[in-house]
Every structure is written in C-alpha cells, then in structure tokens.
Design a protein around this ligand. Structure first.
Ligand SMILES: [Zn+2]
Length: 231
C-alpha cells in the first residue's frame, strides 16, 4: 500500500507501507487516515521510501467519522495533496491542513456549510491566492465601510470603487471572514448571513476553478452530503 504523508519541512512524501493493513505493531495500531505523528522512513524501493513505522500522536479526525465529516476531511486531504510537492517545505499548508482537520471533529451538522467555506478560504490563503481583505484592490483605500468581492475584479473593492447599487459585505462580516481565515475554529460559533455566505461561496468556487488543475474528486460527494444535511 502506498501512503501519502504531509510534512511541514519535506512537503509531500509518498511511501510504501508493506502489509500496513495487517501490521498493528509497526504502525501503532491501524495506520489510519488523518493521523498526525512521527513517521519512520527506511531504504527506498525504487524512487519510493519504505514506511517502516508510524508513531501516532494525534487523530485529527475521529476514528468513527460519519459520512458527511469524511467528505469534508477528504476534501482537505485532496486539496493538501494537490497543493503539496515532494521536497518542498510548506509550513502554511501543513498548518492549514491540521487546523481544518481538527475542525471536522465533533462539528454539528448545522455548521458544515460554513466549515466547508472556511476550509476553502483557508486553503486559498495558505497557497497565497486569497485576495487581501485589508485594502481595496482598486484604490488601496480602507474597507471600513464594507466591501464587495468579485474574482473578476481581482479582489475586494471599497464602496467608492463599485457601482452604487452593488451589494456590499458589511464591515462586521468582513471581520468575521478574516477570523475564519486566521482561526478556522471560529466556524463553530460565528455566523454569516445566507446571502453573504452564498456570495463568498460563488467567488471561492471561481477562484478554486482557476487554481486547481482539475475539479476535486471529493467535491461532488461533499456537495451531496451538504445537500442532505441542510435542505
Ligand atoms: Zn477603492
């Protein structure tokens, strides 16, 4: 079995884990998904090192994970894989993955949609693609009176830089979006209006489509799971 590890210093590491499903001794119990710990790598088999042991220190997503949470966690894993490269340190991506995986644990169903948006916003931020939320992309002015985000105009714009009938995201909602990016756990307690949530989802999807080489395999299942949870 080939396993993929994400290391803050070494980036993506694919390793061959011989009889990983059977050997509970070498892999500290079953080698499970979304686990954090110390991996022991041995001599290579061709290009790929052997995973000789894994000492788990933490399970970032629960072992009895349900379908909807598994869909969320799978999206995180897939995004991390798409964005990581071998021998390429990316501590921001690693930190993002750990934090948003922890968010899946014990997440109430009513929070899934916001969590999914938070995961994507944080991912775009970690790879340096999320537009700056602190200044207008057009005039560099402050966004203290709210802002409008469109991918087409390459970022957030202040009220003076959009037509007067444009729907604006309030200053308070902007502050919340910043919090979601900096501390994903905020998605457990905070609230975003439906219209702002939908608008952000649209822009995020557009940006994701630009950034990702192809649509995520896990995305369709996540959308189904979300639809089943919240009518
Ligand atoms: Zn402006």
């Amino acid at each position: 079995m080939v396993v993929t590890l994400l290391d803050p210093e070494r980036g993506r590491v694919d390793a061959y884990a011989r009889s990983a499903r059977k050997s509970t001794r070498r892999f500290g119990g079953r080698l499970e998904l979304f686990a954090r710990g110390r991996a022991m790598l041995g001599s290579s088999r061709g290009q790929m090192p052997n995973l000789t042991g894994f000492e788990r220190t933490e399970s970032l997503a629960p072992a009895d994970i349900d379908w909807a949470r598994l869909c969320l966690a799978s999206t995180i894993a897939e995004l991390a894989l798409v964005a990581s490269q071998p021998e390429h340190a990316d501590p921001h991506l690693h930190q993002w993955a750990c934090r948003v995986l922890a968010l899946c644990d014990d997440l109430p169903p009513a929070r899934f949609r916001l969590a999914s948006l938070t995961i994507d916003l944080g991912f775009l931020h970690a790879i340096g693609t999320l537009p700056d939320i602190d200044a207008c992309a057009h005039c560099d002015g402050t966004l203290s009176a709210g802002a409008h985000w469109s991918v087409a105009s390459e970022g957030w714009r202040c009220a003076a830089c959009v037509p007067s009938d444009t729907a604006m995201v309030t200053q308070a909602a902007l502050a919340f979006v910043r919090q979601l990016v900096n501390d994903p756990a905020t998605a457990r307690t905070g609230f975003l209006s439906r219209s702002v949530g939908q608008h952000l989802r649209q822009q995020v999807d557009e940006l994701m489509a630009d950034v990702l080489p192809k649509p995520l395999q896990s995305r369709a299942q996540l959308i189904d799971a979300l639809a089943a949870l919240t009518p």
